[in-house]
Design a protein. Structure first.
Length: 129
């Protein structure tokens, strides 16, 4: 087994263990963390002119945004769920524009938005008994 395969195997086990033991709140936080990681990797792809990496990571980021969006309870979540729905749409479109235009500034904008949401989500968890 080469080092790359060993690291990927360890990461898979680590992720699976984290998911298995996580609460629903924790799973959403993991999605935020994964989204920020994918955007950072896409930014690195743009800066290194690695088109394949950029495309792969932005596609993964968009998939995570779609996952977050699909978990919104629009029927019972009220105005907050509706606003998050629109914000996720905006982030998805901005990620696509960043991909199309190789624009790291747009990726930075997405990071700022997601970091704000993620921070608020962490604050909520602190208030749960």
């Amino acid at each position: 087994m080469n080092n790359g395969a060993a690291i990927r195997g360890y990461n898979d086990i680590s992720i699976n263990a984290g998911v298995t033991g996580a609460s629903a709140h924790g799973l959403i936080q993991m999605l935020f963390d994964g989204l920020l990681e994918r955007i950072a990797q896409a930014k690195g792809g743009i800066q290194q002119k690695n088109i394949e990496l950029k495309g792969q990571k932005i596609n993964q980021a968009i998939s995570i945004v779609l996952g977050l969006k699909s978990n919104l309870d629009l029927d019972n979540g009220g105005e907050l769920a509706e606003r998050l729905n629109h914000l996720y749409d905006y982030i998805q479109q901005t990620l696509w524009s960043a991909h199309k235009n190789n624009d790291v500034v747009l990726l930075d904008e997405c990071v700022e938005l997601i970091t704000s949401i993620s921070s608020a989500w962490r604050d909520i968890e602190k208030q749960i008994p």
